[in-house]
Design a protein around this ligand. Structure first.
Ligand code: NDP
Length: 463
């Protein structure tokens, strides 16, 4: 008899959910974690990042308050004080994750796990316990939930830059930051550092930031970046980083430009964390470093499963949680496992003006049908007294034949909070008529989604 019915490698969002649900359904479960209970999201991702976004909003909030009659002066931002407060909260959350697993009866193992064979796991030293004595456990089923790691581009001097892991623990805020990469992390940290007063250069190799998002939304973001004091270098790649005096760096770009900065921040994507797991010896199929799984998260080895970023499907925390939840139910519950509408997974980029989307982009939708596209660009009421040049942008994409709303996109205050509700409507397959029948909440930005009367344009199917 194996030691466990299920052993989970990696206590990030997906792994923790999978372990807990399995244990609640009567399985004997163990879990190994080498670095942080709660994984990337809680320690080096979504949660501390959002706290940093809140920190970066302070100066504008003070300006806004002044515009509304408050006599407010804002002094300098105390970075070490903020980082200490943030770390205290993250330590608290780590403890909660650990105790949730404990209470669910999950066996906790601190250390780096590797697969010895399809049923044996060895847990050895890792960052959380560098002197751990290796121990072996056996399990009937094993889930790989090891997440991903940030990558640096293969350029000269890349070691002189930092990755997002380090950005959360800088001892002081750099006065100048050059961010390489125009994806989620690049755009979010550009907003964070600019909001806190750093001079930010943002370098990306496409013409627009946020590849994969709706083109028009990307154009709105490109227009907004300089208004936040961010210098944009679009359509260029970094070629070389050099060390200058006093810790400064020089970034050479493909167009011949150089940028002198205090910190080079690589936000150039993440790769699945499979190193040292022993997957090759077991014959687990991988593709571009990601564990290949079927729709039920099963790998090519019958008792091994994988969930979350290590599979490189939709690399978002709530998706990893959904995958872990469903897998545990499928393996150990007598009920039908919960299903999820992955195709309408909403997403948000927490820039200083939040971007949020659900469903298809206009470009994707036009490949499927003729479209009615509704857009609105307007100055929200809050901005009127402030006098800042800032507009909200909202967009609905409607399939002309079915009249279903197949995509919704927004840039503006509270876009992420608002898009969660719209995501329910898009997931439910509601029509533009349903949106039109819905009474707005006045005066809000959100009401614009139910008051768009006539299409801004009609788009013919492209293929
Ligand atoms: P992204 O994949 O979002 O963006 C990577 C960026 O780096 C792109 O602009 C890409 O350019 C560029 N890039 C990649 N390789 C190179 C290179 N060799 N030289 C120059 N530029 C390069 O990755 P991130 O690191 O921003 O984020 C990783 C993932 O984490 C996201 O995809 C997302 O899944 C998750 N995440 C989610 C967040 C959220 O939900 N709010 C927040 C942060 C992260 P190109 O487009 O040309 O490939």
């Amino acid at each position: 008899m194996p030691d466990f019915d299920l052993f989970v490698i990696g206590a990030g969002s997906g792994g923790v959910r999978c372990a807990r649900i399995a244990a609640q359904n009567g399985a004997r479960v163990g879990i190994a974690e080498s670095r942080h209970w709660g994984g990337t999201c809680v320690n080096l991702g979504c949660v501390p990042k959002k706290l940093m976004v809140y920190a970066s909003e302070g100066a504008e909030a003070a300006e806004d308050a002044r515009a509304y009659g408050w006599d407010v002066e804002i002094g300098a931002h105390d970075w070490p004080r903020f980082i200490a407060a943030k770390d205290k909260e993250i330590t608290r959350l780590d403890g909660i994750y650990k105790s949730m697993l404990d209470k669910a009866g999950v066996g906790l193992f601190v250390g780096r796990a590797k697969l010895i064979d399809a049923h044996t796991i060895e847990i050895g030293p890792g960052p959380l316990d560098e002197k751990a004595t290796p121990q072996r456990v056996t399990a009937e089923k094993i889930v790989i939930a090891t997440g991903g790691r940030p990558v640096r581009p293969p350029i000269e001097g890349a070691e002189l830059g930092i990755i997002s892991d380090a950005a959360f623990h800088l001892t002081e805020r750099p006065e100048r930051v050059c961010i390489i990469g125009g994806g989620y992390i690049g755009v979010e940290f550009a907003g964070i550092f600019a909001g806190l007063g750093s001079k930010v250069d943002l370098v990306f190799r496409q013409d627009l930031p946020l590849r994969g998002f709706d083109q028009e939304l990307r154009e709105k973001l490109l227009e907004a970046l300089p208004k936040h004091g961010i210098t944009v270098h679009a359509g260029v790649s970094p070629e070389k980083i050099e060390a200058l005096e006093a810790g400064a760096r020089r970034v050479s770009l493909s167009n011949g430009t150089t940028i002198d900065t205090d910190c080079v921040f690589f936000a150039t994507g993440r790769k699945p964390a499979t190193d040292g797991l022993g997957l090759e010896t077991l014959g687990v199929k991988t593709e571009k470093g990601a564990v290949v799984v079927d729709a039920h998260s099963a790998t090519s080895v019958s008792n091994l499963y994988a969930i979350g970023d290590v599979t490189d499907r939709i690399n978002l925390t709530p998706v990893a949680i959904a995958e872990g939840h469903t897998l545990a139910e499928r393996l150990f519950s007598s009920h039908t496992p919960r299903d999820w509408a992955y195709e309408t997974t909403p997403k948000a980029v927490f820039f200083s003006e939040t971007l949020a989307s659900v469903g298809l982009t206009e470009e994707e939708a036009a490949k499927e049908s003729d479209l009615d596209v509704f857009t609105a660009s307007f100055r929200p009421l809050r901005q009127t007294l402030i006098g800042r040049d800032r507009k909200a942008f909202m967009k609905l994409i409607v399939s002309r034949d079915s009249q279903k709303v197949v995509g919704a996109h927004m840039m503006g205050d509270a876009a992420a909070e608002l898009m969660q509700g719209v995501a329910i409507a898009v997931t439910a397959g509601l029509t533009k008529r349903d949106f039109d029948r819905t009474i707005g909440i006045h005066p809000t930005t959100a009401e614009e989604f139910v008051t768009m009367r006539s299409p801004t344009r009609q788009v013919s199917r492209t293929s």
